[in-house]
Design a protein around this ligand. Structure first.
Ligand SMILES: C[S@@+](CC[C@H](N)C(=O)[O-])C[C@H]1O[C@@H](n2cnc3c(N)ncnc32)[C@H](O)[C@@H]1O
Length: 259
């Protein structure tokens, strides 16, 4: 999910498909530590791009599914967003929250059944590097769609699947195509804490895009954010990482009108 780039070479382990809740509960503090570093790719690339895609949030209600410690949604509230809710399984939340923000422990797989969310609607719903954890991706997106206000949209980001394929090809001495189209789950040590293993369910760009239609959503915009030239010069190890592993994909999704 986002991010989590704490080393120059293998640092973006934040979007695995089949992590156990237990692994994330243990990993959460390490993840947040890595994310808050001055040169983390989340700070340099992802969060600025996510903010640009969100646009002006003044007075908007926002639901952040898989919100981590809640720092991103807290920033939106401080910048003028309306009533906001963050949901995360880990429960590793900030202790001081701005007025108007609620953080709930729950599973993003079905946001409509998270206690405290039933019957509520939001102008913006975020899955920032968290969508890969949904048990049934189409079901999770359909549920999120049903919680949007009339002019609402979903912002969804996921690690570029080429990243995982390139990493595995390097490790296994295989080709990019073999790994990109492989269907076998693989387990690896997290870059945020090497005592914790994560399991990744491989996906291709088609796998990712093909869930949007069945969930009743269309893609309004897609973005593949990159480092600015200045930051690339300032942090050459991050530029080298981006050149090799590409980064993330960001989708702005709107409900397909009914009828
Ligand atoms: C990579 S982090 C992303 C955090 C945050 N969205 C960001 O952009 O920094 C993924 C988050 O998803 C949470 N998560 C994993 N599985 C989840 C689930 N089934 N329901 C809710 N949250 C989950 C993890 O606890 C973790 O905080």
């Amino acid at each position: 999910m986002t991010i989590c780039d704490d080393s120059a070479k293998s640092n973006r382990d934040h979007d695995p498909g089949q992590d156990s809740a237990g692994a994330w509960r243990r990993l959460a503090p390490d993840y947040e530590r890595a994310r808050s570093k001055e040169d983390s790719l989340d700070r340099l690339v992802e969060w600025p791009a996510q903010r640009r895609m969100l646009g002006d949030v003044t007075g908007r209600s926002v639901l952040d599914l898989g919100c981590g410690n809640g720092a991103k949604i807290a920033e939106l509230v401080r910048d003028g967003a309306g009533t906001c809710v963050g949901v995360d399984l880990s429960g590793n939340f900030l202790t001081e929250l701005p007025t108007g923000l609620e953080l709930l422990r729950g599973d993003l797989s079905d946001p409509t059944s998270v206690p405290g969310l039933t019957g509520r609607t939001f102008d913006r719903i975020l899955f920032l590097q968290s969508f890969g954890y949904a048990k049934d991706p189409v079901r999770a997106l359909r549920a999120a769609r049903s919680m949007l206000t009339e002019d609402g949209f979903i912002l969804l980001t996921r690690t570029h699947p080429i990243r995982y394929a390139a990493e595995r090809a390097e490790k296994n001495g295989t080709s990019l195509g073999e790994e990109y189209f492989s269907r076998s789950p693989y387990t690896y040590r997290s870059g945020w804490n090497d005592r914790i293993s994560l399991t990744q369910r491989p996906y291709t760009i088609s796998d990712l895009i093909n869930v949007f239609g069945p969930a009743g959503l269309w893609i309004e915009t897609t973005l593949e954010p990159q480092l600015s030239e200045e930051d690339g010069r300032r942090y050459p190890n991050k530029q080298a990482w981006m050149n090799k592993y590409l980064g993330i994909l960001i989708f702005k999704l709107r409900p397909v009108p009914v009828g």
